[in-house]
Design a protein around this ligand. Structure first.
Ligand code: LLP
Length: 415
């Protein structure tokens, strides 16, 4: 839920943001550790919470998750390395590698570190089994349907490359290589609706019965939504848990053994904890449209350009001028990049939208809310723009958890 910066009890309030603006060069990301801790508490009924670090993979955020007894998911060798640096242990189930393929280097490190694999293809099982018999594995099953806030985040069904379509075909491979099947996993996409959820729970139960192997875990995957709009309702976690818990009980009865229920959220844990702070650098009229151009681009926050995602916007004035929330003007917010798609107020498919925002002046600041998930982690160096700073507010202190990349660092790879 977008934090109202003038009334929020969280640390993402005007006073703190103004303090940071004075200290640091915009644009920058800010996270509030309290919000993350509160979100973790909401999921405590699950036996295991596994953070999908793709949403926000900063080592310090990972350490925070570890301190709160979470486990972690990794989808690349880079994410495995981050998890290890943050203190998650190899030779355990603290890190699980989820993918649909292995590259050679990742495969060899996974075997060396003895990290369980959540396999999304039969080829992964063959490649792993032939050099690491006995390795602990999960099967990621494609339940033949999916759901997502955008077509690009739907991870089930025929148009998705994710997961195993016919899990029973995995069993002979598992047997051949003596792989140790410990769990089944389903993630249909980001954004939940309860009807889909019921179908996933049913599909999970059916898959377990079909395979009929003595697994220990089932994973509900991630995909728990957050309210990006002010008037949106948060997901009912009680209902979400109870649907999955019923599936777990059925499975447990069928296999006649206790089953651990795991959940694997990214966005739900960190999305609302983060904001992006940027500065207005130019204002111009294009025909009838009022464009406000800021110093952050889609190289920083990619979601609006990639999916047409909505991020709530607040304005802070640079001087002591009062921002009049009631005196608004239809505004298009754009960034500095050399592309027309570098617009933060757009719908999926690139349709430019305007938003009613207070009248701004050059030098004012724009805050994008709920950017803690898939904000910094999706940034790029496009237009040779350095990665920007990340700041964590924890125990009333402001800590730089990633400094701004220098041009020398950026260019050094080519020299
Ligand atoms: N588990 C698996 C296997 C996943 O593929 C994902 C997300 C998650 C968990 C976490 O999903 P979450 O709880 O964060 O929705 N870049 C997009 C989201 C892509 C999600 C990819 N997989 C965005 O900005 O919305």
């Amino acid at each position: 839920m977008p934090q109202i910066i003038h009334q929020t009890e969280s640390n993402l309030n005007v006073k703190n943001i103004k303090y940071l603006i004075k200290q640091y060069q915009s644009p920058f990301w800010v996270y509030d550790a309290n919000i993350i801790s509160n979100k973790i508490q909401l999921l405590k009924k699950f036996d295991i919470i596994r953070f999908a670090q793709k949403a926000c993979s900063n080592i310090h955020i990972l350490k925070l998750m570890r301190k709160n007894n979470l486990k972690v998911d990794a989808v690349s060798l880079g994410e495995i390395k981050r998890a290890l640096i943050a203190g998650f242990k190899k030779n355990s189930d603290e890190i699980v590698f989820t993918a649909d393929l292995f590259d050679e280097e990742t495969l060899s490190k996974i075997i060396k570190y003895n990290i369980p694999v959540n396999a999304g293809s039969l080829d992964m099982l063959k490649q792993l089994g032939s050099i690491s018999p006995g390795h602990r594995i999960w099967l990621r099953i494609n339940p033949k349907f999916g759901y997502g806030h955008s077509k690009k985040t739907n991870t089930g069904g025929e148009n998705s490359k994710h997961g195993i379509w016919d899990p029973h075909l995995a069993i002979p491979i598992i047997k051949k290589y003596n792989l140790k099947l410990i769990g089944l996993h389903m993630h249909i996409g980001s954004g939940v609706n309860y009807e889909h959820l019921k179908k996933v729970c049913y599909a999970m139960t059916k898959s377990v019965m079909q395979i009929n192997e003595k697994i220990t875990y089932i994973s509900a995957g991630g995909g728990l939504p957050i309210p990006y709009q002010l008037n949106e309702e948060p997901i009912n976690i009680k209902k979400y848990f109870s649907l999955w818990n019923k599936a777990r009980e059925k499975i447990s009865q069928f296999l006649n053994k206790p089953i651990q229920l795991e959940v694997e959220p990214g966005r739900f844990l960190v999305g609302e904890s983060g904001i992006l702070v940027s500065q207005v650098r130019a204002i111009k009229n294009m025909g009838n449209k009022n464009f406000v151009l800021i110093d952050a681009g889609f190289n920083d926050l990619m979601r609006p350009t990639m999916y047409g995602s909505y991020h709530h916007i607040s304005v802070i004035s640079s001087k002591n001028r009062e921002i009049n929330e009631n005196k608004t003007i239809e505004t298009v917010i754009g960034g500095p990049l050399c592309e027309s798609g570098d617009i933060f107020t757009q719908k999926e498919g690139g349709r430019i939208e305007s938003r009613k925002l207070p009248l701004m002046e050059v030098g004012d600041y724009i805050i994008f809310h709920d950017t803690g998930a898939y904000g910094a982690s999706m940034s790029s160096n496009y237009n040779t723009r350095p990665l920007i700073q990340e700041i964590l507010i924890e125990n009333n202190t402001f800590k730089t958890i990633r400094r701004r990349q220098t041009f020398e660092e950026l260019l050094s790879l080519e020299q």
